[in-house]
Design a protein around this ligand. Structure first.
Ligand code: PEP
Ligand code: MN
Length: 337
């Protein structure tokens, strides 16, 4: 971190400024010249808040050099993290496809979709039990019964399961029964929930918030990592922009940014990004080509009658065709699918 002091800083202000940092065990390097008073702050600056430093009399400007997150950063952990989900490895040279319906609707629905996606090469089954809907009048999910049905689909197919958690009070049940706990876009900054998940060792899929910057997203991951849970998988699911044609705007460059900044695996959700099933194969090919570590895709056997997100759900046949293409591309880009 670099601090520029005001040219007219007084001797006592300067003393106070130096003490502020040395009392917190930071080293202060004076790099001032005749025309400018600058100091380098050496130490773990992730613990410092820029806004607080501006309150010290005589401070003109504060520039952060190191990222505000530490455990999520590549400097802290240069090797890519590979998250092991009951033997399915996410990260490294693997491209893992997670697929299933937006919501669990019935036993028949979830088991038949699970069997279909497994046949096509999906390695993990998705299905919402507790649904975060914009309208309180929309289908809210089968809730606890949805979790029971996911477990039945897991038993029938052997596929590990992922489902979204909405509140801390469900953590014990999720830790017991779910293989990956999904934190939805709307809860990315639910810090109490993130802290509680940090105390578990379960793999967590952390979706990017609707309007979150990459730094905010990595800071959210930092909450889970700082709590002691290293099993974080990031998921880019499209962000809010001015564009209305697509449901969200897939920020494909976020994958490259995360790969540059962090060691955590990052997957893409092409379904919530485009919001239209016809876009899903194209966005999925782009995800594989850009270097994402996998996908989470919505698949429904009867999208017209789906209780949630039918418009963006692929039918099993289309999903199978898409998987065929992805399997051809994967070796070209050095990924195992
Ligand atoms: C979902 O995956 O069903 C979902 C609600 O996604 P998001 O949190 O990305 O909107
Ligand atoms: Mn959905």
């Amino acid at each position: 971190m670099i601090i520029r002091a005001k040219q007219n800083i007084t001797e006592s202000e300067l003393k106070n400024l130096k003490e502020y940092f040395t009392s917190k065990n930071f080293q202060l390097i004076d790099a001032s010249s005749e025309n400018v008073k600058v100091f380098g702050i050496i130490g773990d600056t992730s613990k410092l808040i820029e806004q607080d430093i501006y309150t010290i009399p005589g401070v003109e400007a504060v520039t952060r050099i190191q990222a505000p997150y530490k455990k999520a950063s590549k400097e802290f952990h240069p090797e890519p993290t590979i998250v092991d989900v009951n033997g399915v490895k996410i990260g490294g040279d693997n491209f893992v496809v997670i697929a299933g319906p937006c919501s669990v609707e019935s036993k028949e629905q979830i088991i038949s979709i699970a069997e279909e996606v497994k046949k096509s090469g999906a390695k993990i089954l998705r299905g919402g039990a507790f649904k975060p809907r914009t309208s309180p009048y929309a289908f809210q999910g089968l809730e606890a019964e949805g979790l029971d049905l996911l477990l039945e689909a897991k038993k029938a197919t052997g596929l590990p399961i992922i489902t979204e958690i909405m509140s801390e009070d469900m953590i014990d049940r999720y830790v017991k029964d779910v293989d990956i706990i999904q934190v939805g876009a709307r809860n990315m900054q639910n810090f109490h929930l993130l802290k509680a998940l940090g105390k578990t060792k379960k793999p967590i899929l952390l979706k990017r918030g609707l309007s979150a910057t990459i730094e905010e997203w990595l800071m959210a991951a930092e909450y889970i990592l700082a709590g002691g849970n290293p099993n974080v998988i990031l998921c880019e699911r499209g962000i809010r922009t001015f564009e209305k044609y697509t449901r969200n705007t897939l920020d494909i460059s976020a994958v490259l940014a995360v790969k540059e900044l962090s060691h955590l695996p990052v997957i893409i959700d092409p379904s919530h990004s485009g919001g239209r099933w016809a876009m899903v194969p194209g966005l999925s090919k782009a995800s594989l080509a850009v270097g994402a570590d996998g996908l989470i895709v919505e698949v429904h056997n009867d999208p017209e009658h789906a209780l949630c997100d039918g418009a963006q759900s692929l039918k099993p046949k289309k999903f199978d065709e898409m998987m065929g293409v992805l399997k051809q591309i994967a070796p070209i880009v050095g990924k195992k699918i």
